[in-house]
Design a protein around this ligand. Structure first.
Ligand SMILES: [Zn+2]
Length: 289
């Protein structure tokens, strides 16, 4: 696909509406190749990743956007994160054997809650929650935007096993004629509604936008490149060990010679030896065995 692993902003000249369009291919495949997700689970993770890409583009500051669903079905958790606007990672947890018999978002997650978190770099994390009562992730996200009284937003997401795609349009705070602004929003929203998932997954950004909005005065900005990048580190992994407590970690270390922690997002392995663990728990003089 021509627009793979990119995201682009577009503006409708003469209106207060702008949009973002994204397509993921190798970045998405790199994440799934590490796991053994059934096809429907793969596709739902793709939609979450495309949504994280779109939402992170709407941030006015550098930070991390994470979209997470906690469910009670075969899938118990699904999480997609976009940091520094271009780095994506995501993961699904659950019983994949039962999940392989299900197709829809609702049957996979059961009764679920969607959490949208925004963490500005060096700032405080904000989290919004919404029950997942719609049949699609885009419906749940639109519900979230409407409920949190944010800017009017419309989202279309699509994914299969190899590709994920998304388009978002958003109405900026009104500056001009209220009636015209409302009419523009209705009209462009209705055009976006006509976009089919197969078009999202096969057409370039230019072709999708031309197909939808060729009668509008639309300006497409430069593409930003997206990649699979895990933000894990030895020090972030250390917090997991701290939560286990000194006794347990020391016991593993004395049995196995060191403690190995593998990041579930990227398979990176972090090794903590005896001195790392003593330092971590601030017990410099305590022998571990
Ligand atoms: Zn990692």
């Amino acid at each position: 696909m021509k627009s793979a692993d990119t995201r682009q902003r577009f503006l409708f000249e003469g209106t207060d509406i702008r949009g973002e369009i994204t397509s993921l291919e190798s970045s998405f495949q790199a994440m799934c190749s590490r796991q053994n997700y059934p096809p429907a689970v793969n596709a739902i993770l793709g939609e979450f990743l495309a949504a994280a890409s779109l939402l992170s583009a709407t941030l006015k500051f550098p930070g991390i956007v994470s979209i997470q669903a906690i469910g009670r079905g075969p899938i118990t958790a699904i999480m997609a994160e976009c940091s520094r606007k271009t780095q994506l990672r995501g993961i699904v947890r659950g019983d994949f054997e039962s999940a392989s018999k299900q197709q829809s978002l609702r049957s996979l997650l059961g009764s679920a809650t969607l959490a949208i978190s925004i963490e500005p770099e060096g700032g405080e994390r904000y989290q919004g929650l919404v029950p997942m009562e719609r049949d699609s992730l885009s419906g749940c996200l639109e519900h979230y935007f409407a409920q949190s009284e944010q800017l009017s937003t419309k989202i279309k997401l699509a994914a299969n096993q190899e590709t994920a795609a998304g388009v978002l349009i958003q109405q900026m705070p009104r500056t001009g004629d209220r009636e015209k602004s409302q009419a523009d929003w209705q009209h462009l929203g209705a055009l976006l509604d006509s976009l089919k998932p197969e078009e999202q997954l096969s057409l370039s950004h230019e072709d999708q936008l031309y197909r939808l909005f060729h009668e509008q005065n639309l300006r497409l900005l430069d593409a930003e490149h997206l990649q699979f990048f895990c933000s894990c580190s030895k020090s972030r992994t250390a917090t997991t060990l701290l939560s286990l407590g000194f006794e347990e970690v020391a016991q593993i270390c004395s049995q196995q010679g060191s403690v190995r922690v593998t990041c579930e997002f990227c398979d990176q392995q972090y090794v903590f030896d005896e001195s790392d663990i003593s330092g971590l728990f601030e017990k410099p003089n305590t022998p571990l065995n």
